[in-house]
Design a protein around this ligand. Sequence first.
Ligand code: PHE
Length: 490
Amino acid sequence: MSEKRSNFGSAWIFILAAIGSAAGLGNLWRFPYLAYEHGGAAFFIAYIICLLCIGLPLLIVEVGLGKHTKKGAPEAMASVGKRGYFKVIGWLSVMVAFSILTYYIVIAAWTVNYATNAFSLPWQGGSESYFFNQFLAITTDIGSFSTPRLPIIAGVIIILLLTYICIYKGTSGLAFVAKWITPLPFILLIILLINSLSLSGSETGLHALFVPVWASLLDNKLWFDAASQVIFSISLATGVMFAYGALLDKKVNVAKTCTIVVIGDTIASVICGMIVFSVIGHVALIDGKSIHDVISGGIGLAFVVLPQALALLPTGQGIFSFIFYLSVFFLAFTSIISLIESVLAAFMDSKAKLKRASLLLVICLLLLIFNIIYTMGNGLYLLDVVDHYINGYFMLFVMILEALLIGWVYNIFRFNQTVFLSSNHKALKLLFALLVSVVVPLMLIILFVRQISSDITTAYGGYPSAYLTGIGIGIFAVVILASILFTKKY
Ligand code: PHE
């Protein structure tokens, strides 16, 4: 049977580990861009509303169930309902975690390359052509494969090795990472923030980020993006928070602890947003362009606009570029560790009698194979499409199922006791029950259905629809079949 879990010891180690998981690439590359695209502070308001009504209650559910059962997602979900049918939803979230890892590690590997090159600034002559042509050797379309890029594979191997070394021992390794690595990017980002705020032109950038365009609040896409960003950013729907919750001491108040985690993650997003936008404001000023001409969406922001911007700094270009990529690397690394821990915890609880270290080795080797696919010339396109499906559909789907089950099948009032640890706070408990059983499923189902219809009418990212459908059906089939298979077998 499964090995016995030890505890994190203190609630603070859990908080650090959970913030380490939550604060990641999503805060740096997605949050600032979404905020800019959807009317600055208007997006932030929608984000906070989704965080309070959807994110925080669901985080409490996941951590609470993990703490209560002392198990990873599949076994924890099996405890909901009588015959363990719902284990399949636990495996589904573990599959989502694995799918995210297949590409998340590759992006982290880019940051390893950018950090090691920071002092020579090879992108100085033109960051866009450096990133796409030299670094990624990007192909013309999503269907053209090319040989994998060795420097990126090297980055992947370094990350997997470091992961192995840090967590093969178990809880003590996770606690070490939480204590010593999670705070690092925060310290580095604050240094960068101070530096970026002192740049000329930074006010124009911050203006674009913070001044609200209220009309955007009427846009359905803004709410969909806010809700899925909340779910991704606080690491829900992947089994991560079950696995970390399982390491929490019985006496810890889940609701309070989760609130601190959510605040920490939101601070990380705001800091990242401020850095990115003050630096962009500076570039706009130097190049004599408007800020809207400098900005670029998605990954381009972190790997095209920012390297160029950092290379334009009045002094210390090399060192600030290095600090930036190092902090992005640390942000990503602690998230990767949490995702791998979710997969590990699920198998450790299962009937498969494997040792932690050997299981971890198998997971790392499998990931290496999948990661190599995205190091090819069309990797960026593939990654974009896979991320769209996983983040947009699967994570929302898992959350809808989880909320419905906890709200309607599980005894939510008994659960309340586990989570709040006292019989006081009646109003708060009622609110929590209402949010989980009614508000969350309703909001998410509406957003989910609307997103499907918008995807049907306009092809995502302008990719050929044959590829979109093919990849969509492929991921759907693999993830669903694997979840059913694991539920049956383990
Ligand atoms: N929250 C992480 C980020 O913002 C990504 C992540 C998602 C990590 C799900 C773990 C689980 O980048």
